[in-house]
Design a protein around this ligand. Structure first.
Ligand code: ZN
Length: 254
């Protein structure tokens, strides 16, 4: 377990250094998400909501608790890492996870950074951000941000480990990744806008990182306005300047 935690601490430093963002004090827990969330819930309302959504929460890859004046917490789902036999080395465990843990972990960390900025912007206590009316649309901005940032970092991080040319990367995106993801698009979950973001992130990253401009596939066309708005506002300050426009566009999609 300690070895795994070291991997995450190194990832955290690598992400923060590369992106010039704060290295925040974070406690990383690899465990049962549902149990941990329930343990950390402070109010009866929070506990009830966790109990009522048990199945959904238990299957999260990761989740966070953000605090005012103590270490933030990132909880990662133990099912992503551990096999029942417990006979695998850390390297084998991470390989089995196909490096998805990089995206899960960075995704949660980006949420922490965003929530802190959001609380500062509205001058409210971090633990009360969900009470602000704007939180409803902020939620989708930070989801887009967390998905895109973590996928971008994952791509760059893995490509650093292997020697592969720029033209090979582009060819792989065009011939393998794009058809693969487009075939996979499903928007029928409990929150179709959230589902759409899981796919929109690829187009943003292919555009931002590799200058590849693709038309959105038919199934995602409905989200084009949101995509373009996010594309033009990929950091918190830009978002903060355009909160009203985000509110209007996200409202239409909900
Ligand atoms: Zn998220």
């Amino acid at each position: 377990m300690d070895e795994l935690l070291t991997v995450f601490k190194e990832l955290l430093i690598s992400y923060c250094t590369k992106n010039n963002v704060n290295i925040l004090p974070v406690e990383i827990i690899i465990g049962n998400i549902y149990d941990k969330r329930l343990e950390l819930a402070k109010t009866l309302g929070e506990q009830t909501s966790i109990i009522n959504n048990r199945e959904v929460i238990a299957n999260f890859n990761g989740t966070i608790k953000v605090y005012n004046n103590k270490n933030h917490i990132i909880i990662l789902n133990e099912n992503l890492f551990f096999d029942k036999t417990n006979k695998m080395s850390v390297d084998e465990v991470l390989l089995k996870n196909k490096f998805q843990y990089i995206q899960t972990f960075i995704h949660e960390y980006v949420h922490i950074l965003d929530i802190i900025e959001f609380a500062k912007h509205f001058n409210v206590n971090i633990e009360d951000v969900e009470k602000i009316p704007e939180y409803k649309s902020f939620y989708y901005w930070t989801e887009f941000h967390a998905h895109a940032e973590s996928y971008k970092f994952y791509k760059e991080y893995l490509l650093n480990m292997v020697s592969i040319s720029q033209s090979e990367i582009l060819e792989h995106i065009i011939n393998v990744e794009k058809p693969y993801h487009e075939k996979d698009i499903k928007l029928n979950g409990f929150d179709s806008l959230y589902n759409a973001i899981e796919y929109l992130k690829y187009y943003i990253v292919w555009e931002t990182l590799y200058n590849l401009h693709f038309e959105l596939p038919n199934k995602l066309l409905k989200y084009k306005e949101f995509y373009n708005l996010y594309n033009a506002n990929q950091n918190f300050d830009n978002y903060a300047n355009n909160i009203n426009i985000f509110n209007i566009i996200i409202q239409k999609l909900k």
